[in-house]
Each structure stands twice: as C-alpha cells, then as structure tokens.
Design a protein around this ligand. Structure first.
Ligand SMILES: O=C(O)CCC(=O)C(=O)O
Length: 318
C-alpha cells in the first residue's frame, strides 16, 4: 500500500554507516567546515542585553519546583518558543540563513539524578537530504560542577538516520567503552556551542546549588519538512516515515513517543538494520574516522557511576 523508499544516499557504506549531509544554513564557511568535519564549534553568541532578557523569560515562565535529588527538565511550549525567538532572532540571523528553528529551555535542578545519558538526538528532518544544528546556549558559565556537556568529536559520522523512541540507540552496547573519547565543553555565559545533533553527547549532573539553565535552539533548513520515524515494537525492520507539522517538536513531549506521531501523514517506509553497534563495529568506524582517545578530566569510575545512576527527566509546558 505504501511507497517503499529505496534510494540510498551519498556515502552509504553499510547498513549502519552513513555520511552526514553537508550543513547548508550556516553563513560562515569556516564554521560550516568545522561542523561538517568535527561536528561542533564554539561561538560568542549573545550580547549582555540578550543574556539578561533570556534570564528574565526563564524567571517569568519557568516555575521549576526543587526536584529532590535533581532533574533534567525540558521546558517547551509555544509561549517559550516565541519569547526566545524574539530575543534570539538577531543572533540567529547573524549566524544562519534560510533556516527555521525551535527554541526551548533545558534546566537541571541540583542533584545527582540531573545527568543526561549518552544519546544522539531523535531525528526531526530527512537526514538523507539535510543536517540539523543544535545551538546550546547556557545562561550561566559552565564548569565541572553544574552539568557540563561532553561530546565525542567527529561521532556525527556514526549515525542511523531514522532515530526514534522505538528503536534502540546505536550506542546502547558500547557506552562503557566511550569515556576516553569524550571532551567537556566549558562555556562562558553568552557563548554557544553549535553541534550536529548526531554527535554522541551526555551531560554530568548539576551538583552546584543553583539551577543550570540552558536555551536550546534546533536549527533546520527552512525548506526541510519535519519528519518522525516509528517502528512497531517487536516488528521486523520496517520503519514508518511520517511528515509532521512544522511546530511538532513543541508538542512532541505531550504525546506518547512510543506511539505514532499525531496530526502526521505517512510518507512511506524504510527497511534498515536497527541493531545497535557492536564493539567491533564501533572500533572499525572509530579508527577510519580518526576518533581518538582524549585527555578528558572525567575519571572512568565517575563516568561509569554516572551511567549507572538513575536519571530523572521531565517536561514543563508553561
Ligand atoms: O543540556 C544538557 O545538559 C543536555 C542537552 C541535550 O542533550 C540536548 O539538547 O540534546
């Protein structure tokens, strides 16, 4: 009944290795090439006035309760998106062209459960045609105590393009060996991390005594349809591809992500191997890509403890 989408795209090598499509919406050629090659870069992004305005919006909308022992909260709604859009438009226009974006806050309340496990972001556009940039903008400087982000440079070259809640993450069986490849990203308030959403990333718990507040903008090519994938639990390798409304990310977390997206149109399906990477497959790709051990300052024991600790994630829609 549905069209089977069979074309393979640039750089297709095996059923688990793809080449990211080049970034097309970043104005600066050097930054574009850093994103394409390494998957990230750091820029001075906000004026002092913008920073204060973002803090004011957080103060006005985000009534996060003091979650006991910490929590990671996505704070996303039309109100928040619009208020952040107004403040960020000048900066986004300075760095990007022909784009659209979805804005939210991410807040870590203090405590051990506020860490974010290793992940690659869920797919939101057709990655056979486009790439997404995350702009991660902390409203306070980030240090080793308040929830620093760790990334694996170049890991955006190791991805599965149909990421969704009903398919195991590619990293599921290799998390315990990834620690040496991560680097921490310490930022000053006003700076932003631009990163490819497919980078392996996680963040430590916020063990300071203040909330850690970050504004996140997911930046997409303007022409890209928003899409979501869905695999029936327990089914074979058939993956449904759905076209979603432009603002679906604002409402996504009010829906059950283990079910098909609402208000969406079925485009067809993909057939692909959805098994997570084995250690051998990771090693092979890592060496080809030049992903090397880093001098990072997370001890192996602390990293493994973080992976084992139960985490607490929630959503607010003020
Ligand atoms: O803010 C954080 O600590 C993590 C954010 C994150 O993982 C994301 O935006 O994908």
């Amino acid at each position: 009944m549905f069209k089977k989408i069979t074309h393979y795209f640039r750089g297709f090598k095996t059923n688990k290795t793809y080449t990211p499509m080049p970034q097309t919406v970043i104005r600066n050629a050097e930054i574009t090439s850093q994103l394409n090659e390494n998957g990230y870069c750091i820029v001075d992004f906000l004026s002092a006035t913008q920073l204060q305005s973002l803090r004011d919006v957080n103060e006005k909308f985000c009534k996060t309760k003091d979650a006991e022992n910490g929590a990671f909260l996505g704070v996303i709604s039309k109100n928040i998106h619009d208020a952040l859009h107004d403040i960020l438009t000048a900066s986004l226009n300075k760095w990007f062209h022909d784009f659209k974006e979805i804005n939210a806050f991410v807040i870590k309340t203090p405590g051990k459960s506020s860490f974010v496990p290793i992940h690659q972001d869920v797919t939101a556009i057709d990655e056979e045609k486009y790439s997404t940039t995350n702009v991660w903008i902390p409203l306070q400087s980030i240090d080793e105590k308040n929830g620093v982000m760790y990334i694996v440079p170049r890991s955006h070259h190791i991805f599965f393009p149909y990421r969704c809640a009903t398919i195991d993450p590619l990293t599921k069986n290799i998390e315990h060996v990834l620690q040496p490849y991560f680097i921490p990203i310490y930022l000053k308030a006003g700076q932003a991390l631009f990163f490819d959403t497919r980078m392996f990333h996680y963040s430590l718990p916020n063990l300071s005594d203040q909330n850690r507040v970050v504004t996140v903008c997911r930046v997409f090519p303007k022409e890209a349809d928003m899409v979501a994938y869905f695999k029936e639990p327990g089914s074979d390798s058939k993956i449904e591809m759905w076209r979603c409304p432009d603002d679906f990310l604002i409402y996504k977390h009010t829906q059950n992500e283990n079910e098909r997206p609402l208000n969406a149109t079925l485009l067809g399906y993909k057939v692909a191997n959805t098994e997570p990477l084995t250690l051998e497959e990771f090693e092979e790709r890592r060496k080809v890509l030049g992903i090397v051990s880093q001098q990072n300052d997370a001890s192996s024991a602390a990293y493994l403890e973080t992976l084992r600790h139960p985490f607490s994630v929630g959503y607010d829609h003020p």
